[in-house]
Design a protein around this ligand. Structure first.
Ligand code: G3P
Ligand code: CA
Length: 275
């Protein structure tokens, strides 16, 4: 039995499905999120961007070229343009032999609103599923991404979680400014500061104002495991991305991180002895 498996019996590491179960189904589609829910993920992760007509859609890249049969920047396209595209057929069927492309809603562009409907339906069954929403390149929109996001969360009754239970929603970003805006407008929503590298001013484990949880990339964890201890000593929970390899899961478990964000929720849950 691995150390990760031993440790999992006394620490609950949250397993977060990155862009859904994105190894098995095309990222950010309803198919990928349904698969993650079926696999038993504790939480879902998604990226959000604003369309030209002001809708929040779950798309990672600035352009739709990689993950659809269309071309162009999300910010220059309207929701109706995106709805005409296929976000499923790019998925490599040799890499994911179980992936069975189904036309229609399962592989069309996913709005955050539709994802929140699915999310709230699952929570209504009593399952404490959580959702981590990442604001992508929010500086371009000078606050509009956060404003739209909070409007939508408010509509679903998710912007003001009660203080005495874990928030179903948290907001993540590589932009400290974006998280600061979220904190100012919705102080009860947890915020996760994502890091690709450790900036010299944050080496002691501090986070920028407005950020509550640390979100280091796996590369940081491998090269500076001591930094994870510093974050913990400074009182921060640590959510690591994107953790797909068993050795990385093992290291995260040894370091006692609070959440693992992975394209392979089923494999990670199995390694941690959860299924
Ligand atoms: O969960 C954080 C992680 O998703 C950040 O990187 O590029 O996959 O959005 P990226
Ligand atoms: Ca992301």
């Amino acid at each position: 039995m691995t150390q990760a498996r031993q440790r999992s019996t006394h620490t609950a590491i949250q397993v977060v499905a990155h862009r859904g179960a994105s190894d098995d189904a095309p990222e950010h589609t309803l198919a990928a999120y349904r698969k993650a829910i079926e696999d038993g993920a504790d939480a879902l992760e998604c990226d959000v961007r604003l369309t030209a007509d002001g809708h929040l859609v779950c798309v990672h890249d600035r352009r739709v070229n990689r993950t659809s049969n269309g071309r162009g920047a999300v910010s220059a396209l309207e929701l109706a343009d995106l709805a005409a595209l296929d976000f499923g057929s790019w998925k490599d069927r040799e890499e994911s032999p179980d992936w069975d492309p189904a036309p229609g809603e399962l592989t069309s562009v996913l709005t955050l609103e539709r994802l929140l409907e699915l999310f709230t339906d699952v929570r209504a069954t009593g399952r404490p599923l959580q959702l981590a929403i990442e604001t992508k390149h929010p500086t371009r929109w000078a606050g509009q991404v956060e404003e739209r996001l909070l409007q939508l969360l408010n509509r679903f009754g998710l912007a003001e979680p009660p203080a005495d239970e874990p928030s179903p929603i948290r907001i993540m970003s590589f932009s400290g400014r974006s998280l600061h805006r979220v904190q100012a407008a919705a102080p009860a929503l947890p915020t996760v500061y994502l890091m690709q590298f450790v900036s010299p001013r944050l080496r002691d484990g501090r986070l920028p104002a407005g950020s509550r949880i640390a979100g280091p990339g796996m590369r940081i964890v491998r090269s500076h495991p001591g930094y994870i201890e510093r974050l913990h000593r400074a009182g921060h929970r640590v959510h690591v991305w994107t953790v797909n390899e068993p050795a990385d899961v093992e290291l995260c478990a040894e370091l006692g991180v609070e959440a693992i964000i992975t394209n392979r929720p089923k494999q990670v849950l199995s390694q941690l002895g959860r299924i």
